[in-house]
Design a protein around this ligand. Structure first.
Ligand SMILES: Cc1cc2nc3c(=O)[nH]c(=O)nc-3n(C[C@H](O)[C@H](O)[C@H](O)COP(=O)(O)OP(=O)(O)OC[C@H]3O[C@@H](n4cnc5c(N)ncnc54)[C@H](O)[C@@H]3O)c2cc1C
Length: 211
């Protein structure tokens, strides 16, 4: 698939950092839980954070049937979706050379509403399993009423770019003699010990929630 187009080509460090293959794009999309979807309405840009899941060469989002964003993009208008994983802060000798080690994806696509219950079910199941792995079969099964309260939309990955920065800060020779610490500060998010509510505290923690 040729995802590289004029608008998915970065002006800076395109050869070094931009990737378009499934392996890079899928691995970022499968690790990230959240995206930001942007679109314009009446000349006003909107940018809304959402959860999402990738299935094959699409990402799927869901929202209440009353959601402004789903109702607005239902007409198939152009959208831009961004996803980012920030791995490390890059600390250099000068403020200018500070940076971030990141893996990110930008997608240009038009939303396609999920018209069938089968597709909605597939999106829900995969999204739930991504957010809380192992939980789908543990939960009260989803019924038609739940399904009718929710809208779903998907976006093709046909026009998308990944961009990746890795490694230590760049050094400039004239700065070498300054005794200033340089290196990386990891900032990856972690799943931690679950905190039960009152009902949850009366039930043993299920195995799939051990982190
Ligand atoms: C957590 C984080 C922090 C960052 N902080 C900074 C910062 O402080 N300053 C800074 O200059 N840059 C920062 N970046 C990088 C920033 O996202 C851009 O890549 C950068 O500004 C250079 O853009 P450009 O002019 O080359 O691309 P543009 O010409 O603006 O974009 C052209 C196309 O390139 C692709 N593209 C550009 N950037 C990305 C990306 N990050 N991921 C996937 N595709 C991309 C898109 O398809 C886009 O449409 C950060 C990125 C992340 C993820």
């Amino acid at each position: 698939m040729n995802r590289k187009t004029e608008r998915t080509t970065p002006s800076r460090k395109a050869n070094e950092r931009a990737k378009y293959d499934d392996e890079h794009i899928y691995s970022i999309l499968d690790e990230a839980l959240f995206c930001t979807i942007s679109y314009a309405e009446g000349g006003q840009p909107f940018s809304i954070p959402q959860s999402f899941v990738r299935i094959n060469d699409y990402i799927y989002l869901h929202a209440s049937v009353g959601s402004h964003f789903i109702r607005t993009i239902a007409d198939g208008r152009p959208c831009c979706i961004t996803i980012m994983l920030a791995d490390e802060l890059v600390v250099a000798k000068t403020a200018l050379h500070h940076s971030v080690n990141y893996r990110s994806v930008v997608i240009y696509a038009n939303g396609e509403l999920l018209e069938t219950d089968d597709l909605k079910y597939l999106a829900f199941k995969n999204l739930t399993e991504k957010i809380v792995p192992g939980s789908w079969d543990y939960l009260i099964p989803m019924d038609k009423k739940d399904m009718d309260r929710t809208s779903g939309v998907r976006f093709s990955l046909a026009e998308a770019s990944a961009k990746i920065r890795q490694g230590q800060p760049g050094h400039v020779e004239e700065e070498n003699d300054f005794p200033i610490w340089t290196g990386l500060i990891p900032i990856k998010p972690l799943r931690q010990q679950p905190v039960p509510d009152e009902a949850g505290s009366k039930i043993p923690l299920p195995k799939h929630l051990y982190y």
